[in-house]
Design a protein around this ligand. Sequence first.
Ligand SMILES: *Cc1c(COP(=O)(O)O)cnc(C)c1O
Length: 385
Amino acid sequence: MIRCTKAFIYKENLENNIKQIRNFVKPNVKICVAVKADGYGHNAVLTAQLAEENGVDYLAVASVNEGIELRKNGIKANILLLSLCTPLEMPDLFQYSITPLIFAEENISCLSTAADNYFNNNDKFPVFLAVDTGMGRVGCYSCDAGKEAALINNSKHLKLAGMCTHFAVSDSVSPENQKYTKLQFEDFKKAIENVKSMGFEPGICSCCNSAALLNNPEMHLDMVRPGIITYGYYPDEVSEEYLKSKGCNIKLKPVLSLETQVVAIRHFEKGKSVSYGRTWSTDEETDIAIIPIGYADGLLRRFSPGLVVSINGKKYPVRGRICMDQCMVDIGKDNKDVKLWDKVVIFGPEESGALCTADDLAAIGNTISYEVLTSISKRVEKIIH
Ligand SMILES: *Cc1c(COP(=O)(O)O)cnc(C)c1O
């Protein structure tokens, strides 16, 4: 039995977003959809299946386990592991054909040893080299790329299949930040040249996340790595309006709706407090609808005060603290529009009846749509709509 607190995945919207990306990039540019963090909270397997059906070439995960989950559910597409893993996890990379991003002498040497222990033929296992061009996270410096490519290609069972870098401020449209992104791109090209000058093929070169994909088409190279736009949200300042002003008519549609139902309606007299901490009290008599969704489902505690939910096309405020599994909605006295068991939509695409998006919740919670989406927990079942 499916719990009333659930999420619908609007298949057509996800397909629309992938098609919008496909039409925006040149036909020979590969697409790697990020399905890490359980498909940005949308269920990684469902998302990966739909992405695969829609011709996506690569899927990106953040842990070996996420990659294994996809393989065990029949996903055949290439899987790119974006974060680093430890020696104990390495045999699973080979067993499940997960392509790691790698750099640094010691890490490459560990992977090379693990590969030597795993393969007893002359197979060469593909890996991507990570380059840090200014993100300040993982990767080698561009001047070391050739040397690191040599370590990979000179090992018995590894081969360089691609190169990646990641942008730090591509979602900002300020001239200063756009300049930084361009510098990062130039540095990445240097890294590629460095590898070529050592006589190695750099393979599939990729640097664009969602923001750079939309805002810097000249940086697409061989593969783009969209995450958030696949799920229907624009990356920060690279908004729909901003893109329109640049003549780029990309129309993304939110994919996930988070829904629940009214499970009780209670009358509160004037001056009664609601929920833990007694942070809110009625200033006149009112009716309160109880909904069985809380922060353990991903409705972050900091969304209240501020959060409004939609019931039958109208917005109503959540009052007091959001609890682990429940919260309280002020529907006003004698409200004829709200009945027991009515559907409540927290956020989602218009067609779900939602009046808020993950961006609206992010604004209330002082965060970004990414965090709102990835906070939706496993307890919330994801159902294809
Ligand atoms: C998460 C991630 C992406 C996708 O980022 P979006 O901003 O969601 O498009 C791309 N590349 C790397 C390395 C990532 O970690």
